[in-house]
Design a protein around this ligand. Structure first.
Ligand SMILES: *Cc1c(COP(=O)(O)O)cnc(C)c1O
Length: 340
């Protein structure tokens, strides 16, 4: 890497200088190890390859006007990774080690943290995988935790923009009592076919309904769903959606600006009453939705006639970004400052 064009970056792998690892063996996690290798030596019968013993996380660090680097809510990611690990019978990675690993990997790759003006950020990807060689179906006895980073460009290169999403009733992402609430690779594998169909038809994402009754909104492939009406922020409650940290933060922000917040089932018919709708997650913070097509039912729900994001989505988006970049005071204690 000599000169990175920060604003041209999309979301893709960029080689940084170092990654940080810890090995779990005989019931203990090893001290953090810093390496410049991009490879993981692995036995061909490791459980992560055959039985999907894999959980991951995704978070970002931002450089402020003051040049300081701010990590957004990493403790929440540490706790969620523990929750996901328990969900597929993997050992928890300790929260304090997780935080230390994140801070170390950022410090070691400081030159990859984009400058404030670029609107880009450093994406941080922690991964936990089953490593021991076994073909019988049971949990591994050895694991690897690794965290690497890459700079990612601004999500909205041409400004904050709304897109359309599609409901495809022939596909589910996760079962009600399955692994939908855990951040596991298997959920993503399960969503690839529907995702491909949606992209081909011009949608930016699939919006999934609850798998059991197909009556309620669940979430989008990689992002939670929210709607706005009558000064209320509404987001689905379901056992098969992944609890988004961005969504949690938006709920707190909505509350702080005097909105009501409701986390409850959202019947699909209710879409017609929403004034605004959006997806939320670390990648975009908010990705506003101007139209939802229930493709198999030939029905459309339109939230924005001119295709522009609604005023509350804009307000929440700007507020959260401002806290992340240090432009607005971090009243909630969401940010960890690292580096000089
Ligand atoms: C990671 C993820 C999200 C977004 O969570 P954030 O913590 O806001 O990044 C939403 N849905 C799914 C399925 C995810 O895997």
């Amino acid at each position: 890497m000599r000169n990175i064009n920060w604003t041209e970056l999309s979301f893709g792998y960029v080689k940084a200088d170092y990654n940080v690892r810890s090995y779990y063996c005989e019931g203990k996690w090893s001290d953090l190890e810093i390496t410049n290798s991009e490879q993981i030596p692995m036995h061909m019968s490791a459980t992560c390859l055959h039985y999907g013993q894999e959980v991951f996380e995704g978070l970002k660090a931002f450089r402020g006007k003051d040049k300081k680097i701010r990590i957004f809510r990493m403790r929440e990611n540490a706790l969620r990774m523990q929750f996901s690990a328990r969900g597929i019978l993997m050992p928890e990675f300790p929260v304090d080690m997780f935080e230390k690993a994140i801070i170390t990997v950022i410090n070691k790759n400081e030159r990859f943290v984009p400058p404030y003006e670029s609107g880009a950020a450093l994406y941080i990807r922690p991964l936990l995988i089953g490593m021991s060689a076994q073909v019988g179906v049971k949990a591994a006895s050895e694991y690897l935790f690794v965290v690497f980073v890459m700079p990612v460009g601004p999500y909205f290169k041409e400004g904050f923009k709304a897109t359309s999403v599609g409901i495809f009733r022939a596909y589910d992402r996760a079962a009600p009592l399955g692994t939908g609430a855990y951040k596991v690779g298997g959920n993503y594998a399960a969503s690839l076919v529907a995702g491909e169909i949606a992209y081909e038809k011009g949608y930016s994402a699939v919006l999934y309904l609850d798998a059991k009754e197909k009556k309620y909104i669940d979430e989008c492939g990689p992002a939670n769903f929210f709607g706005i009406k009558s000064n209320t922020y509404i987001t689905p409650k379901s056992s098969s959606i992944l609890s988004s940290i961005t969504n949690k933060s938006l709920m707190q922000l909505a509350d702080s600006i005097g909105m009501k917040v409701e986390r409850r089932q959202i019947p699909i018919e209710e879409l017609i009453t929403l004034e605004e709708a959006g997806m939320c997650g670390t990648a975009a913070v908010i990705s506003p939705i101007y139209r939802i097509d229930d493709v198999d039912k030939n029905q459309s729900y339109i939230f924005s006639k001119d295709g522009k994001p609604g005023p509350i989505s804009i307000k929440l988006y700007n507020k959260l970004k401002a806290i992340q970049y240090g432009d607005e005071e971090d009243k909630f204690g969401w940010v960890t400052i690292v580096g000089k």
